[in-house]
Each structure stands twice: as structure tokens, then as C-alpha cells.
Design a protein around this ligand. Sequence first.
Ligand SMILES: [Zn+2]
Ligand SMILES: [Zn+2]
Ligand SMILES: [Zn+2]
Ligand SMILES: [Zn+2]
Length: 157
Amino acid sequence: MSVRCLLGIHKWSNWEYKEETSCLQIKKCQRCNKTQEELIHKWGEWEYKAQNSCIKIKKCYRCGERRERKPTMDKDHQYVTEYSRSNSCHYFRKECTRCGHTEEKYVTTPVHSWGDWVIFKDEKKAMRVCKHCGGVQTKELQEYLKKRSTYSNSWYR
Ligand SMILES: [Zn+2]
Ligand SMILES: [Zn+2]
Ligand SMILES: [Zn+2]
Ligand SMILES: [Zn+2]
């Protein structure tokens, strides 16, 4: 046996498939015949399992081995979000347009659906009303004019 092989420095052949139908690959040291095996799949892209499902699958296009991935995060679904309680801007209902999964969500900071600002010149105030919960926000007119561009009509998405 070669000294180098004893030191763990082998002269590996290229990886070769062991069988036609499996992804098990093998390489062999050309000096000491030591072998090493590894399973290396040729994965395709993740694809939806079914039209009305958010489960994705990928398949090895050599051996047909499959992997499944269940939706665990918001982005794995195609949610549309709307208010779930008529007089609160804290509660939302998310419904997935693909698989129909629904979830109710509470947010600590309310997400209002503000109407346009209304200016009260005499009182030197600006005010807007949430179209959903009726909540009111008032600002000093001066402050409102200064920061006007930063007040956008927010809508929860
Ligand atoms: Zn060797
Ligand atoms: Zn495979
Ligand atoms: Zn879904
Ligand atoms: Zn509101």
C-alpha cells in the first residue's frame, strides 16, 4: 500500500453512478482500491403539488426521488388580507387564494384605512378619519403642512 494512501491522500477516480436507476455515486482510489459513496440527486425545480395546494414538491429527474415542502411562512401562501372585525383595525383575516387556508392575525399597532386629510383653518388643525374603525387623527396644521409628504394613506397588505 502506498504511503500516501496511509496518510489519507488517495488518488480518486471520478464519481460514477453505481446503478442506472439510483443516484448513489461511487469513487475509487486508483492505488489502494478504497471506495467512497455518496448520494447526489439531480433535483428539478420546486413545483406546486396540485392546483389548489400550497405544498411544493421537487423530483430527482434521475431516480424519481421526491421531496415535499409544506407551507410554513406567509410567503408560502398567496394571501389576500382584509379586516376581520368590523370596528377594529387590529384584526385581519388572511386568506390564501390558492389553498383556501385562512388565519386571523392581531397586530398591536393598528393599521388604519385613512381617508383624506381635512383642514380646519380657523382651528389650525388637520384631521383625518379611518374609514374602517372611525378612528380620528389630528395634527397641528403647521406640523401637518411640514410633514405632509410623509403621510400616505396606508392600507394593510
Ligand atoms: Zn488510496
Ligand atoms: Zn436521485
Ligand atoms: Zn396557501
Ligand atoms: Zn382604523
